[in-house]
Design a protein around this ligand. Sequence first.
Ligand SMILES: [Zn+2]
Ligand SMILES: [Zn+2]
Length: 240
Amino acid sequence: MSGQPGKLPARDFEEIRLAEALERGRCPICDARQESSFAALRGLAREGATDRGLRAQMDKGLGFCRPHSVGLSKMELLQTSSQLATAVLLDAVLRRRLATLKKLAAADAGAQGRGLADVAEPKCPVCARAAEAERTAVDRLLTLSADPAWSAALGTAELCLTDIYAVWAAAAAGPKDVQARWSGILASQLARLEQLQKTLAEYAHNSTVDRRGLITAEQQAAGAASIRLFGGSPDRDRTR
Ligand SMILES: [Zn+2]
Ligand SMILES: [Zn+2]
């Protein structure tokens, strides 16, 4: 597990949040993404329906992806016990989509294929904010890795697999000193994954009815850790 609470030097709110995620055994990049999606959804539920800039963007094809359509309605319900703002926004998206689909229905097959590929991309503003938060978190973590305490914490952190790829890609595209720092962190991460895989194999080996009594707490924990590795850190408990 990662370092002890309060050990990582942090200079601003952003770094405090990354440190907190690492210290709580969460993937700090999943955490940043979730935090920014929540902030975006909160803002949309509160002001989206009356935001002229947003409505103008919707006229240009902005929409919501599946999880964030649901997320928006849930956020609004939490905040106001209604889903009216969601209805106003989805009406605007649907009106625009319907116009596009009607045009598409009248087009030839080739144009239909291209048009469908285009509308399949929801151009979700919440996804855009989350992607931006992800890039910021990745860059910040790579900068912070110059500090030995951060570098050590990143080596043992419960980074999810997709975010390991993201940091790796950013490091590989970065300057030589960043590449060198990352290769140390990566070696620790690969050792962590190797250990996880071994324990997971023992857990799987004990899955037959006659061996279930041999399952250890460590093996069970590996099962849960493997789900976080592939599925990302779950939503943080939010009390409001
Ligand atoms: Zn992650
Ligand atoms: Zn989205």
